[in-house]
Design a binder for this molecule. Structure first.
Ligand code: IDC
Length: 521
């Protein structure tokens, strides 16, 4: 008796999968971009919908569904398999044909019903339908903004797919190699590959993904933009055009000061960064215990950034000393001196308290501190941009939005770590922006908030896209070779020479590849 149920389900499922070709699906809207592609492929018997007559165009396509369609398109006959799955025969045949490797979809079947990643889908597609196509590394990799997120084993098929037009990303668009793709997008890929195989030019009208609106343009350097100014919630250049700063933060100067030197700053600029953040820890053996040496180091880094036409953030990096008020006098002395030194220099931004934390409130600690430091800086630097933190490691921007500090050219910092923070914090940012609060992400990491774990590429991508769409500037934690995933450099990397891809960690490659975008597609 027990065995009958799965058999019955199996029979129903087969019936459903054999739904008559050519029928209209209840959820494929007339006029949608994929309507024509879905109809043509269904007519050819290549596509099947769900038992209830729907197609699920927006659903992520699973690995087994993708391979099954590929097998139909390539007329690959199923072979015998020990695995109990409706597409096990096709999957086994595809594995045997070399469309994918054993570890990518283990024949144990667990991954068969999970969404397939875009990079694996494209590999299977190219092997199945266009195995002769080749890519050109130089021209095609430059079109893929997140090329560094692609695993090496997918370079070849993805570049080939771009080269022959099967994947149609815009110039410097993102491929999102580790994300899923919708069933409609998969159809468009299959359709273009089939057209290509038959020697016809792929039609241009189907978009690969929903286009996002271009909203921001990279700032360029200081010579191009001059003094920055805050207008509404945005950062603008001297003539009032919106600008975006992107760059790296140092790690603690007391530990990794070697990467706050002239050559490392120059290397960072050469990767396209137009801002450099100098994280001057106050506690933990930093400025408060060796003001002379650490202060000198900080100025050395600021001067190197100026030399390289970059904006530079001088960051009073409170962390273990969670209440900025506990060293407000030292902060006043430091910022008075720094603002005097750089009074006429448009490059410098002042970040007055990295991350207040612990038993501190906005109204009782951070805001009164900010008011004091802002007025000290303003005595010397009437228009330098000042970045202000908030309680809970600079996440409580809603408190600042409800009760902002008085003054001009002030922005509020928001810090996130992709492995720890997500949509809730992004929603909070949107609310703060709509309340009129100017935001600057002066520190974020591809790791968890403790600086390790991950690398969380997909989450980082999601975050950066969010920031791009809102024109928000950022610095990444951190430019050092510490053995933690947030570090951009591999252990032992020399700060005294130029760096190659080999010197960068996974995080470093990803982050550096995000800096030099001229316009966000
Ligand atoms: C971390 C460093 C880590 C160091 C620790 C304590 O990555 O090597 O041991 O500080 O000094 C922050 C802070 C930043 C943290 C970072 C990652 O601003 O100083 O660096 N982080 O934990 N806020 C959230 C995360």
């Amino acid at each position: 008796m027990k065995r009958r149920i799965p058999l019955l389900v199996f029979a129903l499922l087969c019936g459903a999968l054999l739904t008559l070709p050519g029928r209209a699906f209840s959820d494929v809207a007339g006029g949608s971009w994929y309507e024509g592609v879905v109809a043509r492929m269904t007519e050819q018997g290549l596509l099947r919908g769900y038992p209830n007559g729907s197609f699920g165009p927006e659903d992520p396509i699973t690995a087994s569904q993708f391979v099954a369609v590929a097998a139909r398109c390539a007329c690959l006959e199923p072979v015998e398999s020990q695995t109990d799955h409706w597409a096990a025969g096709e999957l086994a045949a595809a594995l045997k044909a070399g469309w994918y490797d054993w570890d990518e979809l283990p024949p144990t079947g667990e991954s068969y019903d999970s969404p397939i990643s875009r990079q694996l889908a494209v590999k299977i597609l190219m092997r199945a339908l266009l195995p002769e196509e080749r890519g050109d590394y130089t021209t095609q990799s430059a079109r893929i903004r997140d090329f560094s997120c692609l695993e090496g084993r997918y370079y070849e098929p993805v570049l080939a797919a771009y080269q022959c037009g099967v994947v149609q990303g815009g110039d410097a668009g993102a491929f999102h190699p580790r994300d899923s793709l919708s069933r409609a997008e998969a159809c468009a890929l299959f359709f273009r590959a089939l057209e290509r195989r038959e020697g016809r030019e792929p039609p241009a009208e189907q978009p690969e993904e929903q286009p996002s609106q271009p909203t921001v343009v990279r700032a360029g350097g200081v010579s191009e933009n001059g003094w920055l100014q805050v207008k509404g919630t945005g950062l603008c250049n001297e003539t009032g055009e919106p600008v975006v700063l992107r760059g790296m933060s140092t790690h603690g100067l007391q530990w990794y000061g070697q990467y706050a030197n002239a050559r490392s700053v120059q290397n960072t600029a050469e990767y396209g960064a137009n801002v450099f953040r100098v994280a001057m820890y106050t506690g933990e053996g930093g400025y408060l215990s060796q003001s002379e040496a650490i202060g000198r180091k900080a100025y050395e880094a600021v001067d190197a950034a100026i030399e390289n036409d970059m904006y530079v953030i001088l960051d009073w990096h409170i962390l273990s000393d969670g209440d900025p008020m506990s060293h407000v006098l030292e902060a006043e002395t430091f910022f008075a001196q720094a603002a005097e030194r750089y009074a006429d220099v448009p490059n410098v931004l002042y970040e007055i308290c990295n991350e207040p934390n612990g038993n501190v409130t906005w109204s009782g600690n951070v805001k009164p501190y900010a008011q004091r430091i802002v007025s000290v800086i303003r005595e010397k630097s009437p228009k330098g941009v000042i970045l202000i933190g908030s309680p809970t490691w600079s996440q409580d921007i809603h408190l600042a939005a409800a009760d902002p500090v008085e003054g001009e050219n002030l922005m509020y910092t928001l810090h996130f770590y992709a492995g720890t923070h997500g949509k809730d914090l992004r929603d909070r940012m949107d609310r703060a922006l709509s309340d009129g609060l100017p935001l600057f992400v002066s520190e974020w990491g591809t790791s968890r908030a403790d600086g390790s774990g991950g690398v969380f590429f997909e989450e980082s991508e999601r975050w950066l896209e969010f920031l791009d769409q809102r024109g928000i500037s950022w610095c990444n934690w951190s430019l050092c070779d510490k053995n933690e995933t947030s570090a951009a450099l591999k252990p032992g990397t020399s700060p005294e020479r130029g760096w190659t891809e080999e010197d960068l960690t996974e995080s470093g490659r990803f982050v550096f590849s995000q800096m030099s975008i001229e316009a966000i597609p």
